[in-house]
Design a protein around this ligand. Structure first.
Ligand SMILES: NC(=O)c1ccc[n+]([C@@H]2O[C@H](COP(=O)([O-])OP(=O)(O)OC[C@H]3O[C@@H](n4cnc5c(N)ncnc54)[C@H](O)[C@@H]3O)[C@@H](O)[C@H]2O)c1
Length: 393
């Protein structure tokens, strides 16, 4: 009889820890900003990595090319869609660990098409969970949720200063928002990611899967193709470099904690190493109270770096936009020893330098968040096409 906890690929029977280490790591959404940074780190450590991605985010082919050029055959691209349960089942069956990042990532686009948002984020995540639950070897899973599951935080009293909001409560100002905060899904994106977040936690409870949830605020760094819809730190820098004006929704005093992607990657690696003890738990992950910035303050920082501030127009607040959100990351730090290391100033400068070097004509013209149809693999002959995105909508 085949044990669920044993690796039986190619006739090799291995203990779960061995399987977790020797099988490839699967990253859904692996061609994206966060996925390719994690892949790079794992590949440098000698792991094999499968990127499962429908390449719907504009520009991400460049990330795959970069990984291929740097790491060769150790990285495998499977072009597929998380809405396609069979394609997901096939790729999960080969994995030693799973990071599930593939998503419809923007609040704005979730308002334009809530049904699309739901099928990718909620149904797609259920497909990943079901694939793991029914696999012979059940790989541990880390899922990326969002601070949007805590809603608008309208009950947090704020003081309005010249360039930022500050919480009246000293505890919130010094620690941030913890996981004890009640859930309050805002926007279709908040609802679909929140649904997925709860399923991921429940599959640990109901079926004993080794799963953990990262509720992340703003992540930034190299290989991010930020747009007005998502990835605001990169978007602001790109507009400055291209000498284009940008729109601030709201008054620009909203505050976020921002986390440099290398620190996040370190948190992912620690989460998989300690998955047995953290399974079934959600963690707030971000820059924390020592790494906060308002939109207006970022413009000042950009002016220092670039020599001039981008031209700005103001428009109304966007749905679900929190005036203040800062993650309290103490729970994850206590569980794994993780700490943020990169300061806001260093991180923004590193992203600015990377963007200046890497901006190409292709990058400049592709400014939308989503291309709906990928008809051919633009990368190479040896990518596996598992499904066409259009078919599963
Ligand atoms: N970047 C942030 O600040 C942030 C904050 C909170 C949560 N998150 C979450 O982290 C994850 C990664 O975000 P990112 O910033 O790297 O975004 P990204 O857009 O760069 O990466 C997402 C990847 O998923 C792929 N994808 C989209 N729909 C797909 C589908 N149906 N099937 C297969 N692949 C699909 C895209 O092509 C893209 O490569 C997402 O789940 C996002 O919701 C990101």
């Amino acid at each position: 009889m085949i044990s669920r906890d044993r690796d039986v690929t190619a006739g090799v029977v291995a203990e779960p820890e061995v399987a977790s280490r020797t099988r490839p790591v699967l990253i859904t959404g692996g061609a994206g900003f966060i996925g390719c940074n994690l892949a790079h780190r794992l590949l440098r450590e000698g792991r094999r990595v499968i990127l499962f991605d429908n390449l719907s985010r504009s520009g991400v082919e460049q990330n795959v090319r970069w990984l291929r050029d740097t790491h060769g055959d150790a990285v495998e691209l499977c072009i597929g869609d998380v809405r396609d349960a069979e394609a997901v089942r096939r790729v999960v069956a080969r994995a030693g660990q799973v990071f599930h990042f593939a998503a419809q990532v923007a609040v704005t686009t979730s308002l334009d098409d809530p049904a699309h948002d739901f099928t990718v984020n909620a149904r797609g995540t259920l497909n990943v969970l079901e694939a793991i639950r029914t696999a012979d070897y059940r790989p541990p899973l880390v899922f990326t949720s969002t601070n949007k599951v805590y809603g608008g935080l309208d009950d947090v009293s704020l003081v309005e200063n010249a360039a930022r909001y500050t919480p009246q409560s000293e505890a919130i100002a010094s620690l941030g928002i913890s996981e004890a905060r009640r859930l309050d899904f805002h926007s279709p994106y908040g609802c679909s990611k929140g649904t997925a977040d709860q399923y991921v936690l429940d599959y640990a409870r109901s079926f004993g899967l080794k799963t953990a949830v990262f509720r992340m605020s703003c992540i930034y760094g190299p290989h991010q193709f930020g747009t007005e819809d998502q990835g605001w730190v990169a978007h602001f820098l790109i507009r400055a470099i291209d000498e284009q004006p940008l729109v601030l929704y709201g008054d620009g005093k909203q505050v976020r904690d921002i986390l440099f992607v290398e620190d996040l990657v370190d948190a992912f690696v620690r989460a998989q190493k300690t998955i047995a003890s953290i399974a079934g738990q959600a963690f707030n992950i971000g820059g924390g109270a020592s790494r906060t910035i308002s939109l207006l303050e970022l413009l000042d920082l950009i002016a220092d770096l670039h020599g001039q501030r981008p031209e700005v127009a103001f428009q109304n607040w966007r749905t679900g936009d929190q005036r203040y959100y800062v993650s309290d990351t103490a729970k994850f730090s206590a569980a794994t020893g993780w700490r943020q290391t990169v300061s806001v100033e260093d991180g923004v400068r590193r992203l600015y330098d990377w963007l200046k070097e890497s901006r190409t004509d292709v990058g400049r013209t592709r400014s939308t968040t989503r291309r709906r149809h990928v008809l051919v693999d633009p990368l190479s002959d040896d990518s596996t096409v598992l499904s066409t995105p259009g078919g599963a909508q």
